[in-house]
Design a protein around this ligand. Structure first.
Ligand SMILES: C[S@@+](CC[C@H](N)C(=O)[O-])C[C@H]1O[C@@H](n2cnc3c(N)ncnc32)[C@H](O)[C@@H]1O
Length: 302
C-alpha cells in the first residue's frame, strides 16, 4: 500500500525515467501523410488531423522523409468509429494500428478460456500480479493481462511502434473504461534502462518492484514467415534484430522481478539467452518459459 507522498515521489521518478528513456534526439524518418485523401468517407477536419499528426510526430521524434519506407497517417477508420486512428504501413503493405476493441480480441477475451500467458504470469484467484511488459510491441499481450486484472506497465522503445501503441491505449481507455485506464501505464522508452534503474541504490527508495517481468523478444524470421500476420510482418520489417538487447533484458529481469520472469518463445526455440528452465506453459502457437526468481525486496508494491 502506497502513502500519498510515496506515490508522488514515484510519479516523479517515473517521469524522470521516462524522459531519460526516450531514444536519442536524432529522430526516426517516416513519411508523415498529412494529406491522405484515400479516406473519402472521412468527416474529419483535415486541419485538426494535421495538427494532431504533427504533435504525435514531435512527441515521438518522428521526422518526415518523402522516401522513407514507412508511412504514418492519422485519420478515421471504419472499424474504429468515433475516433481518429494512427495507422502505419511499410512500403505498399497493409495499414497496421492498435485496436483493443477489435472483434478478434473481444472474442479472445470472452471465449478464450484459460490464456496460457495469464497462467504463466501466475494469475490465480484474487492474486493479480503487477507486470512490467518490457517489450510492448502492439500491446496485445499487455491488454490480455490487463483484461484478466493485472496491473501492467508496458514499455516500447521504437518511436513508430510506440506512437501506434500509445494511440491504441488512448482509444482503448475511451472505450474500455476506467478499469483499463487505471491498470495500464504506457512508457515510451527503453525498458532495460528502467529495469537497471530499479536496481540502483540511489533510486530504489521509491521504486515499485514488479512481481513479474514479461519478455516477448522478436522471433527470427523463419521459412514460415510468409504466413505471419500483418502486425508481426510490420515489426519484422521495421525492427532490427538485437540479440544483445534481448539477452541483457533477460539478465536484468532475472535480478529484478519479485516473483518470476516469463518469456514468450516459438514452440521449438531455445530458451532466451541460453538460460534454461523446466517450467513452461504451451499454447497452440507459443511456449511461455517461466523463471521463478523470488527476488527479495523491501520496496513497495503498485
Ligand atoms: C515481438 S514485439 C512484442 C509484441 C507484443 N508482445 C504484443 O503483444 O504485441 C517486441 C517489441 O519489443 C520492443 N522492444 C525490444 N526491446 C525493448 C526495450 N529494451 N525496451 C522497450 N521496448 C523494447 C521492440 O521494439 C518490439 O516492438
Amino acid at each position: 500500500m502506497l502513502f500519498p507522498l510515496e506515490l508522488k515521489l514515484w510519479m516523479i521518478l517515473v517521469n524522470w525515467i521516462g524522459m531519460s528513456c526516450i531514444p536519442g534526439s536524432e529522430g526516426y524518418n517516416t513519411k508523415l501523410s498529412f494529406n491522405d485523401t484515400d479516406d473519402s468517407d472521412s468527416e474529419s477536419d483535415s486541419d485538426e488531423a494535421d495538427i494532431n499528426l504533427e504533435a504525435i510526430a514531435k512527441k515521438f521524434g518522428l521526422e518526415h522523409a518523402d522516401n522513407a519506407s514507412t508511412e504514418l497517417c492519422y485519420k478515421e477508420e471504419k472499424s474504429c468509429p468515433l475516433s481518429k486512428v494512427l495507422k502505419a504501413k511499410y512500403l505498399d503493405g497493409p495499414n497496421v494500428y492498435v485496436d483493443f476493441t477489435s472483434a478478434q480480441l473481444t472474442w479472445r477475451q470472452t471465449h478464450g478460456g484459460d490464456e496460457a500467458l495469464v497462467r504463466a504470469v501466475g494469475v490465480s484467484g484474487p492474486y493479480k500480479p503487477y507486470v512490467i511488459d518490457a517489450t510492448g510491441g502492439f500491446g496485445t499481450d499487455a491488454y490480455i493481462l490487463v483484461s484478466y486484472g493485472c496491473k501492467v506497465r508496458v514499455f516500447e522503445k521504437h518511436p513508430l511502434v510506440a506512437s501506434l501503441l500509445e494511440d491504441g491505449i488512448r482509444r482503448g481507455g475511451e472505450r474500455l473504461g476506467p478499469q483499463f485506464r487505471k491498470n495500464i501505464q504506457f512508457q515510451f522508452g527503453d525498458s532495460l534502462a528502467y529495469l537497471k534503474s530499479l536496481n540502483r541504490s540511489d533510486m530504489n527508495q521509491t521504486a515499485i518492484i514488479p512481481d513479474v517481468i514479461y519478455l516477448d523478444p522478436m522471433f527470427p524470421k523463419t521459412k514460415k514467415s510468409a504466413l505471419v500476420k500483418k502486425h508481426i510482418r510490420f515489426l519484422q520489417n521495421v525492427l532490427t534484430p538485437d540479440p544483445s538487447n534481448d539477452e541483457d533484458l533477460m539478465r536484468v529481469a532475472l535480478n529484478t522481478a519479485r516473483r518470476r520472469v516469463v518469456v514468450k518463445r516459438q514452440k521449438s526455440a531455445p530458451c532466451l539467452g541460453g538460460v534454461s528452465t523446466k517450467t513452461f506453459i504451451k499454447s497452440n502457437r507459443y511456449r511461455f518459459d517461466i523463471y521463478v526468481t523470488n527476488v527479495k525486496s523491501k520496496f513497495g508494491n503498485w
